[in-house]
Design a protein around this ligand. Structure first.
Ligand code: URA
Length: 212
């Protein structure tokens, strides 16, 4: 039995306690079909936090974020931008996999979480960031960026810009939004999309090297 059934992170919890508590989250219905909640992963002292959308099929099974095709592309892009994934903390705006089964009922097709699911999961993201207190947050895709900045945020207008975390976070942290690695995998010109992702991540790498 989860120790913390409910929708809210226990206050004052550290990362390990949050990771345990999120297994009992019933803040939206996604827990019903998902295998497990997928919490963030990485060192507690990470200077940079990457936020994706939600776990995919492989992440849902493994219980770890960004271990599937999007994760492999992210690793490659981070490497090219000079960021060591092992030193980064990687998480998602939504902690449960959302999917629909294909017509034969065999494949699980990823579905984008809706606004109420993103809002329901937001306290977990805030709790993670509050514990980690990184120097930089990188939002991978519009879902993550809108979880951080609000639904009015437009990735197309602000991608690659170094901004401040909104005041409600009460953290002096810079934040940059870029494309989601899955969008790169789907792009008609994958090479150009990958180069643009690396370019944005290089802005993040420069910000980190200035701060460090
Ligand atoms: N896509 C995401 O947004 N997060 C993951 O963990 C995997 C794929």
């Amino acid at each position: 039995m989860p120790r913390y059934p409910g929708a809210k992170p226990p206050s004052g919890a550290g990362l390990d306690e949050l990771r345990t508590a999120v297994r009992g989250c019933r803040g939206c219905d996604l827990y019903r079909e998902a295998t497990q909640a997928v919490f963030g992963d990485g060192p507690g002292a990470a200077r940079v936090v990457f936020i994706g959308e939600a776990p995919g099929d492989q992440e849902d099974k493994a219980g770890e974020p960004f271990v599937g095709p999007a994760g492999r592309l992210l690793d490659k892009a981070l490497h090219e931008a000079g960021i060591d994934r092992a030193e980064a903390y990687v998480t998602n705006a939504v902690k449960h996999f959302k999917f629909q089964r294909d017509a034969r009922g065999t494949r699980r097709i990823h579905q984008k979480p809706n606004r109420s699911e993103v809002v329901a999961c937001r306290p977990w993201l805030l709790a993670e960031l509050g514990v980690l207190r990184p120097e930089l947050v990188v939002c991978l895709g519009a879902t993550a960026a809108q979880s951080v900045h609000g639904a009015a945020f437009r990735l197309t207008a602000h991608r690659g810009e170094l901004l401040d975390l909104p005041a409600e976070f009460d953290l002096p942290v810079r934040v940059l939004a870029t494309q989601h690695p899955s969008a790169v995998l789907r792009a008609p010109d994958r090479e150009a999309a990958f180069a643009a992702l690396v370019e944005d991540l290089a802005v993040a790498a420069t910000a980190l090297s200035r701060a460090g």
